[in-house]
Structure formats: structure tokens, C-alpha cells
Design a binder for this molecule. Structure first.
Ligand SMILES: CC(C)(COP(=O)(O)OP(=O)(O)OC[C@H]1O[C@@H](n2cnc3c(N)ncnc32)[C@H](O)[C@@H]1OP(=O)(O)O)[C@@H](O)C(=O)NCCC(=O)NCCS
Length: 183
């Protein structure tokens, strides 16, 4: 059985978003996507030119993720364009295999269209049916209300706050730890 059966979601705009698992062949498009989103907001853990992953390593990473039962890399496509990504990995040892963190982004031109919601719902549906994943966590900068609103809407709750977790242009930012049980 396929690990993740691709889905098509009709957006408020009427456009169709296809959500599927990323394959090693998507590595170049994903690195382009990463470069673009790194320029479009300040909220990620890397800025322009700071991602530091080669094409070969990205291909290997996507291949490895595909074979893990408790990890997934989802991409959202409008036509052939990658407009969103969501990456989750559970722990590598038995006691932490049920829990992991995800990170996600959407190209700025497509914010507020429901793409983030569709990606997160697709991920949570997948997580539920794995039978392995029982807790999903994330970190989000305290000054990122759009992302916090999305996570709260999808059932995540604040579980903690880490001070000075990011430093951008000499300024420190706190992050919130948010989590959701998968039952
Ligand atoms: C956060 C992000 C993934 C959201 O994606 P998106 O496709 O715009 O999300 P959606 O359109 O599905 O939903 C956004 C929600 O936030 C709400 N929102 C937007 N601005 C808001 C604000 N300032 N305060 C509160 N809510 C806000 C919208 O109303 C919408 O909720 P609704 O669908 O109930 O109306 C996207 O903005 C992004 O990639 N940001 C940059 C990278 C990033 O911050 N990633 C997360 C790191 S933890």
C-alpha cells in the first residue's frame, strides 16, 4: 500500500491543490522553493543562502524519509509549481518513535488561501492512520500570529516557551512549543 495516497483539495479560489509525498526527483524544485520562502519571511530557522544542503544530500534525505514509517515530507502543488511543504520526523529510538516535530511553509503569493490548513490536515490524517505517531510538536516564533492561528485552529495548544531561540540580525526571538496528541 502507498505510504501516502495523493489528494486533491479545492481551494476557496476554485484552484486545485495537489498534496503528495515528495520524491528524490523533487529535490531541485524543493531547493528552489526553500530559496524562495527563505526570502519571503523571517520566521524560518534559515535566511537566504543559509539552508546549506546540496542537491545530492536533499535527494538522499527525501529517499530516506520515504522509507521511514514515522516521517513524511509532503509537498503542495498548484499545477507543476511547488507552493507548500510540510516535513515531519518522529524519533529514531523506540521510546521516542511516537513523537516528532514538523515544520511547514507556503509561498507568500499563496498565503491566506487555505493551503496551510489543507497541508496540516492532510498531515494529521496521515499521522493518525500510521498507528505509530501519537504526539506531534512544533516550534513557532511568538511574533508569528498567522502560523499560531493556523495551529490553534487545527487543535494545537501551547505547551511552553523557549527564550532567545532564534537570532535574526542581532535580535533575539522567543518561540512557543505547541503540541497535539494523536489518538
Ligand atoms: C504560516 C503559514 C504556513 C500559513 O499558511 P497559509 O496558507 O497562509 O494558511 P491558511 O490560509 O490555511 O490559514 C491562515 C489562517 O491564519 C489567519 N490569520 C492570518 N493572519 C492572521 C493574524 N495576523 N492573526 C491571526 N490570524 C491570522 C487567517 O485568517 C487563516 O485562518 P482562517 O482560515 O480560519 O481564516 C504561511 O503563512 C507561511 O508559510 N509563513 C511563513 C513561514 C512560516 O511562518 N512557517 C511556520 C513556521 S512555524
Amino acid at each position: 500500500m502507498a505510504k501516502f495516497v495523493p489528494i486533491t483539495v479545492r481551494l476557496k479560489s476554485g484552484e486545485e491543490l495537489v498534496i503528495r509525498e515528495a520524491a528524490p526527483e523533487d529535490a531541485a524544485a524543493l531547493l528552489d522553493f526553500v530559496d524562495q520562502v527563505s526570502r519571503e519571511s523571517d520566521y524560518l530557522t534559515f535566511g537566504p543562502g543559509e539552508f546549506g544542503i546540496t542537491l545530492e544530500r536533499e535527494q538522499e534525505f527525501l529517499e530516506t524519509v520515504r522509507h521511514k514509517p514515522n516521517a513524511i515530507f509532503l509537498i503542495g502543488l498548484l499545477g507543476h509549481e511547488v507552493v507548500a511543504s510540510l516535513s515531519f520526523a518522529g524519533g529514531g529510538r523506540p521510546r521516542i518513535a511516537h513523537v516528532g516535530e514538523f515544520g511547514m511553509s507556503v509561498r507568500k503569493a499563496y498565503w491566506e488561501m487555505g493551503i496551510g490548513t489543507a497541508m496540516l490536515k492532510a498531515f494529521l490524517d496521515w499521522a493518525r492512520q500510521t498507528g505509530v505517531i501519537r504526539k506531534v510538536n512544533l516550534r513557532v516564533r511568538v511574533d508569528n500570529p498567522r502560523a499560531i492561528a493556523l495551529y490553534e485552529k487545527c487543535g494545537f495548544r501551547v505547551e511552553g516557551r523557549i527564550s532567545r531561540e532564534m537570532q535574526v540580525n542581532g535580535k533575539f526571538y522567543d518561540t512557543l512549543l505547541m503540541g497535539k496528541a494523536i489518538d
